[in-house]
Design a protein around this ligand. Structure first.
Ligand code: SF4
Ligand code: SF4
Ligand code: SF4
Length: 619
């Protein structure tokens, strides 16, 4: 069986109004998803959460399908209607049209609960008149009964031991129409659905429909009063029980004394008065010396009614209806019926369903008050959280029944703090973004500069006719130019096609051990080796090696002595060296030989000139 009241989390906007309005704190927040949840055990079925949930996320269990199934089953059905129909169906011009519409739905009998109201009212009268020192609380409102069973179990024995008029009416129907008759109750309160289940053993109400559900049925069956003739309720007809929707209707039904000077019955109506009066009754009944006629007030305003009209209008409609009913009233017949059905056993008992929670630890409450920025002496609260004081609110937070967010000032402060931290966060975020952008731009510039430098170096290396190689401590090539690759020969050229510049190639495989010794020496000792002639296969190379980072990186300039430009430069260099060396000697000889020495100098200079003009290149 579905719970009476449930929340559709998809529609819920987590406004927590339902937590604030629930009179018994049956709604609490699910810690994991922060959505409200209803505790079936704690709920008393008042329906306040439903009427106050703006997005319509809370609903009550629908019985429309059950009603349709029953109506189509072909079984004998009796509708029993609360007299509150007068306040709901004022759009139907005559209540007898309303009765006909119910018959059109498939009902064999249509009865009004007001006769049962009369009976229960007289039962109360007898109970109160037969006073034996105990004061009672009337029990026709299932919300009040449930509230006492769950939250004031000490008062269970003060509940008038009588079934409600709905249950009494069902019992009378079974008496008249037999045990097999199927009964559909129509009324304004959703809590009657639970009440019917509770009494399914003694009253057998098959379906309970609210007025709103009945309207839906009328619509689905396309029932309109304009196409229907009058028809009256089936007997037994009630008398003043038609006033039942009014707070003191059941008292008036039995003409009980309501004069505050002489009566020992006090009528209480409405959510707050009910909660307070029951607490007071428990505390002070020995002094108050009054019976309580209490109703939560859902007969005219609950979630089972359409939201139209106001209190005075609805009460006026009830009174107008009661007067109309009296036009066809036969007192003698009513009285006989009353006598006859009064004999039925309408007594009942109530169960202790204690849902009270233990007092929370005082330190914990103080801690919560501190969090709320309130203190224990703040006895009066603003009521926004649904509690009469900040302390009572803090106590329920400690019990796990409420959450600090229900306090508007706490929620406001939290949202301010949240906004403040959000602002800081945003500022930090924008600073980080800016820094990130700047560093990205710098990195981009550095990358471009590095690329330009690298391109520049590569271009320069490529322009050099000498072979250049830069290598690391593993003797792997870091960078080399085309001239170097050409010097190494065909194998190196093939590698270059796959790995441009021979990057990563192992020099040990490409150069002779003699050259490798030079390379290793320079790398480890950090000293230059300049212009060393060395053979690589058939080729005479002139090699200079220099350290770049000691023990890590070194470079070499290698010249192929076969290259014409090298030959020419080398010849010039070496002839210059010969001239220099010989000049000294010539000068010395000049002293000895005179003019002949200058002829030798002229001859050598002419050789240099010959090479400089390109005639010695062999081209
Ligand atoms: S009243 Fe409750 S169920 Fe409805 S939207 Fe607000 S928190 Fe959600
Ligand atoms: S129906 Fe009433 S008691 Fe139940 S959860 Fe809603 S407000 Fe609370
Ligand atoms: S200040 Fe907060 S805790 Fe106190 S009554 Fe108001 S809403 Fe409730």
């Amino acid at each position: 069986m579905e719970p009476l009241v449930k929340i559709d989390q998809q529609k819920c906007t987590t406004c927590y109004t339902c937590l604030r309005v629930c009179p018994v704190k049956a709604v609490k927040i699910n810690e994991s998803n922060k959505h409200p949840e209803i505790s079936v055990k704690r709920c008393i079925g008042c329906g306040d959460c439903i009427t106050s949930c703006y997005p319509g996320a809370i609903s009550y269990r629908s019985d429309i399908e059950n009603a349709k199934e029953l109506l189509q089953s072909g079984q004998d059905i009796a509708f029993i209607c609360s007299p509150s129909i007068s306040a709901e169906f004022n759009d139907i011009t005559d209540y007898r049209k309303f009765v006909s519409m119910l018959r059109s739905l498939g009902a064999k009998y249509v009865n009004e609960v007001s006769f049962a109201v009369d009976i229960i009212a007289y039962k109360y009268l007898h109970l109160f008149n037969d006073f034996k020192g105990k004061y009672y609380i009337t029990t026709y409102d299932p919300v009040v009964v449930s509230y006492i069973e769950k939250y004031h179990p000490n008062l269970i024995s003060n509940l008038a031991p009588m079934v409600s008029p709905m249950i009494a009416c069902a019992m009378i129907m079974h008496k008249i129409y037999g045990e097999n008759i199927k009964i559909i109750y129509i009324g304004p309160e959703i809590a009657r659905k639970e009440e019917a289940l509770r009494h399914k053993g003694d009253a057998k109400i098959d379906v309970v429909l609210t007025f709103l559900e009945l309207r839906q049925l009328f619509e689905e069956y396309s029932l309109d009063e304009s196409t229907i003739e009058f028809s009256d309720f089936d007997p037994p007809i009630g008398y003043k029980g038609s006033l039942y929707p009014l707070a003191n209707g059941i008292i008036q039904a039995a003409d009980m004394d309501e004069n505050r000077l002489t009566s020992d019955i006090i009528t209480i109506e409405g959510r707050k008065p009910m909660l307070e009066s029951i607490q007071e009754f428990e505390n002070n009944v020995k002094t108050i010396h009054r019976h309580l006629n209490v109703t939560y007030g859902n007969s005219l305003y609950g979630p089972g009614l359409t939201k139209h009209g106001n209190k005075l209008l609805k009460e006026h409609l009830v009174i107008e209806y009661a007067n109309k009913r009296l036009n066809n009233f036969f007192r003698h017949e009513w009285y006989n019926n009353l006598q006859s059905y009064m004999e039925l056993d309408f007594s009942c008992s109530f169960k202790n369903d204690d849902q009270r929670l233990p007092e929370p630890q005082h330190e914990k409450v103080l801690e919560i008050l501190d969090l709320l920025n309130r203190n224990e002496d703040d006895v009066l609260g603003c009521d926004q959280c649904g509690y009469e004081s900040c302390k009572a609110f803090a106590e329920d937070i400690a019990r796990g029944l409420a959450t600090p967010e229900m306090c508007s000032s706490y929620a406001f402060r939290s949202s301010m703090n949240f906004e403040e931290s959000l602002k800081h966060l945003n500022e930090k975020l924008s600073q980080t973004r800016k820094a990130l952008k700047e560093s990205e731009e710098n990195a981009k510039k550095e990358r471009t500069a590095a690329k330009q430098a690298s391109d520049f170096t590569n271009a320069m290396l490529e322009k050099l006719r000498a072979g250049v190689v830069i290598y690391d401590f593993q003797m792997k090539v870091l960078q080399s130019n085309t001239a170097f690759i050409n010097i190494l020969g065909e194998e190196a050229k093939e590698i270059n096609e796959v790995i441009p510049g021979l990057a990563g190639a192992d020099l040990k495989r490409l150069l002779s051990p003699g050259i490798m010794n030079l390379f290793t020496y320079v790398l480890t000792e950090g000293e230059n080796i300049e212009s060393r002639d060395i053979m690589l296969g058939e080729i005479m190379l002139n090699i200079s090696v220099f350290p770049i980072v000691k023990n890590r990186v070194a470079g070499a300039i290698i010249r192929d002595m076969r290259a014409p430009e090298v030959q020419k430069a080398e010849a010039i260099k070496r002839i210059s060296e010969v001239i220099d060396k010989n000049l000294e000697m010539v000068q010395k000889i000049g002293f000895l030989m005179g003019e002949g020495a200058s002829d030798i100098e002229k001859m050598l200079n002419s050789i240099i000139k010959f090479y400089n003009e390109g005639n010695g290149t062999g081209k």
